[in-house]
Design a protein around this ligand. Sequence first.
Ligand SMILES: NC(=O)N[C@@H](CC(=O)O)C(=O)O
Ligand SMILES: [Zn+2]
Ligand SMILES: [Zn+2]
Length: 345
Amino acid sequence: MELSLTRPDDWHLHLRDGDLLEAVAPHSARIFGRAIVMPNLRPPISTTAAAMAYRESILKALPVDSGFSPLMTLYLTDTTSPSEIRLARKSGVVYAAKLYPAGATTNSQDGVTDLFGKCLPVLHEMVEQNMPLLVHGEVTDPNVDIFDREKVFIDTVLRPLIQKLPQLKVVMEHITTKEAVSFIESCCEGTVAATVTPQHLVLNRNSLFQGGLQPHNYCLPVLKRDVHRQAIVSAVTSGSRRYFLGTDSAPHERMRKECPCGCAGVFNAPVALSLYAKIFEEAGALDKLEAFISFNGADFYGLPRNTSKIKLSKTPWKVPECFSFASGDIIPLFAGKTLDWLPSF
Ligand SMILES: NC(=O)N[C@@H](CC(=O)O)C(=O)O
Ligand SMILES: [Zn+2]
Ligand SMILES: [Zn+2]
């Protein structure tokens, strides 16, 4: 079987910088037309000037004939100003601003400590500029169980936020729970949406401990119980326009994953499309795959859909064990495993 599909976009991607950027960018660029590029570098991409410079380094890291467009984002801090949002919009290269609650995830140290206390003027300006707020939706309170942090964030931050600013466009990134699905369903379609990663659709929290600790399955939000996985599978395969592809491909060098305090983040760019196809096939919903991977995100962001095509054929292929680059190795999700759906162009 072979599917011909509109070229997809990745609405949540970490491209990193330096050697790592050069190593990973081609994996996304061969498959996706565009990607929303996350700003959590060190230092963070918190100004329009930094976003423009980062965009140039991404373009340099792409293969010469690549048609891939990086869509940049701004990292919100306690001191981001409304004028920075205006500048970002005017630049034509910044498409959203990203909320990292300080301490919630990789490189979130400079994130927001008090959204309602520090960021309301910026959020009002984002409404004015029709600029989406992208959210890592977890509370950081160490007393909240790590498996409950998304649910508590919805109740204490997201619901109050959309009550205060019903016109703000919000993308809840990498949703992992049935509570997140209920929340998204309760919001206004076209104003609040969610991205879903391949790992949260195919794995549950058992995969973190299968036969021993599995650092390459560790990401944030952490994998959840299977009942939650099933809820997000039903949501994305229902055909709803509220959900779209965001891989959250987040590479870390092997030695930073396989160590006493390993980093959170899964490198899934080479396998993401195969895994999404597997999920839709198993749900008997292959007819709804194209909207999820290629239409819903563009429609939400108000961008034209891609016009070129890719092919996905039902051909078994083996995922490489490892990708080596100048400063180390990166282990992909499903390393060494065989997957069913092979993308080609
Ligand atoms: N998802 C992750 O586990 N890690 C991401 C950050 C993020 O998306 O939260 C990273 O930048 O490594
Ligand atoms: Zn995140
Ligand atoms: Zn991410």
